[in-house]
Design a protein around this ligand. Structure first.
Ligand code: TXE
Length: 493
């Protein structure tokens, strides 16, 4: 049973309601969690507020917080396999993928430990000797963190590490489908020396446990990763008390392949771009834009290889990718594919659940390639968040830039070509937060991550990812105070 975590203690829900966590690969119950009520969430917010206003954390030195974050990274390293098992159990992700995720989580804590260690206030040169003018970087306050189910701990770490580095306190609500590793992290934070009340966790649905984190007056900022529609609702709620917001809302990311690209690399990466973690990746290369002259050979081979992708269980060595997160999500993907075909897309691979008897209890869907798509089709515009690739063709550089940008999203994209100048021109023209040239998916904690347009607001990772959780404060000190003579204090007769 996973309990809530409030003020450094495990607590039950005030309603004693619980929720079952389902293993997506076999449909079995793997865990049960307490389901927070609004009152529980308010208690958690209150604990975070007290810890911020009366506790030591926001006033500790950068060096101290850096040491604690380093300790968190060390403990995560020590307990890595416990986390890996829990993450794979909740998400159906292969163990090896959960291990990569854990390595990245550890890097994120180390990165912010280093960044905060060296951060100091900024001297402002005002051209007057008697003035000391400085910008201090203070914590924003009490943060509400709402995270999704596809990379549960990774997405939590992108928020928690910089929030703690900045001196903030927080309440996190992980996805109700995948709470296990976020819960484990609460114990790790306490063991590392984070004071009680700084880190709090509530569990449950978005509507009951999530909404208070976006509209409670004592929350100073809400940071959310999830779906576009939820993000819009959170903005509305947060606007009532003018909270800071940080939103990462997914994408419909173009993967552009020119005829002069290294075909083998482009092909291999096109598969990885879209089918990694069964497409449940915000930066998935779900839109393939391929130059017309190579379309037939490229797509035929892509579809052949997609048909060979081995679905399976997290611990099975042969598995190449796993199940979708839930039955609801599986049904959504089925409808998405049916709709695409009704719009004129041609099914080249997949398009159905697997027939393997061993997989029937899980939420599996075959990697799917839909050819003959064009930018106005719903399947090209909507994020499926599943193992579905739409293929469009183009003839010119100008045309492909227009097509690639013809979406409400702007998270990521890639361009494949051996012409470096062309690659840079296209990269510059794409209205997205990350562009890969002759590569797909790599990211590092040092580089900002986030979206243009409706993919979100703000950035995670990098120095900007820390800045989200800091308020710059200008302190102006006059060493030789004098009178201004602005108002002369004389009576006019
Ligand atoms: O996400 P939700 P869902 C996209 C993807 C997917 C779609 C829906 O396209 O198909 O979103 O997925 C909490 N107030 N992404 O429904 O609902 C919820 O409990 C406050 C992209 O699973 O956005 C969970 O903790 N919180 C994405 C979190 O929001 C609310 C990753 C995300 O759930 C809430 C996941 C509310 N009103 C899905 N409603 C990415 N950007 O990587 C829900 N929540």
């Amino acid at each position: 049973m996973i309990d809530l975590f409030i003020n450094g203690k495990r607590v039950k829900s005030s309603s004693l309601e619980t929720r079952n966590i389902i293993h997506p690969a076999n449909g079995e119950i793997v865990e049960t969690t307490q389901e927070a009520t609004k009152t529980d969430v308010e208690q958690a917010i209150n604990a975070a507020k007290n810890a911020f206003e009366k506790g030591p954390w926001p006033k500790t030195t950068n060096i101290h917080r850096s040491e604690i974050l380093t300790k968190v990274a060390e403990l995560l390293e020590r307990d890595k396999q416990i986390y890996v098992k829990a993450e794979s159990q909740d998400t159906a992700k292969r163990f090896i993928e959960s291990e990569y995720d854990m390595d990245d989580v550890i890097k994120v804590f180390k990165y912010y430990a280093e960044l905060i260690k060296t951060q100091s206030s900024r001297k402002v040169e005002v051209g007057r000797q008697e003035i000391n003018s400085e910008i201090d970087f203070e914590p924003v306050g009490v943060i509400g963190l709402i995270t999704p189910w596809n990379y549960p701990l990774l997405q939590a770490s992108w928020k928690i590490a910089p929030a703690l580095a900045a001196g903030c306190t927080f309440v996190i609500k992980p996805s109700e489908l995948t709470p296990s590793t976020t819960s484990l992290l609460m114990d790790t934070l306490i063991e590392a020396g984070v004071p009680a009340g700084v880190a709090n966790m509530v569990l449950g649905s978005g509507l009951v446990a999530g909404v208070p984190l976006s509209n409670h007056p004592d929350i100073d900022m809400v940071s959310f990763t999830g779906g576009l529609n939820t993000g819009k609702q959170i903005m509305v709620e947060a606007s009532k008390t003018v909270k800071k917001i940080a939103l990462e809302l997914g994408g419909k990311n173009p993967n552009i392949v020119f005829a002069d690209a290294n075909q083998e690399a482009a092909l291999d990466n096109a598969l990885n771009a879209v089918f990694l973690h069964s497409g449940q990746v915000c930066s998935a290369g779900a839109r393939l834009l391929v130059e017309e002259s190579i379309h037939d050979t490229f797509v035929t081979e892509l579809a052949r290889r997609a048909d060979l992708i081995r679905l399976g269980f997290p611990g099975d060595e042969a598995t190449e990718t796993g199940a979708l997160i839930s039955e609801n999500h599986l049904i959504k993907i089925e409808k998405y594919v049916a709709q695409a075909i009704s719009e004129g897309a041609i099914l080249k691979a997949g398009g159905k659940r697997p027939t393997d008897p061993a997989l029937q209890k899980g939420f599996f869907f075959r990697p799917t390639v839909l050819d003959n798509c064009h930018a106005k089709m719903q399947c090209v515009q909507d994020e499926s968040f599943g193992p579905v690739l739409t293929v469009e063709t183009f003839k010119t550089e100008t045309q492909v830039i227009e097509l690639a940008n013809d979406t409400i999203y702007g998270l990521a994209g890639a361009v494949w070509t051996n012409d470096s100048n062309k690659a840079k021109r296209v990269a510059k023209s794409l209205r997205v937060g990350t562009v890969w040239i002759n590569d797909y998916h790599p990211y590092v904690p040092q580089a900002e991550w986030g979206g243009f347009k409706q993919s979100g607001i703000g950035r995670e990772l990098g120095p900007a990812g820390l800045a989200e959780y800091q308020e710059p404060k200008h302190v102006w000190q006059n060493l030789k105070p004098g009178v201004t003579h602005w108002f002369d204090g004389k009576e006019v007769k």
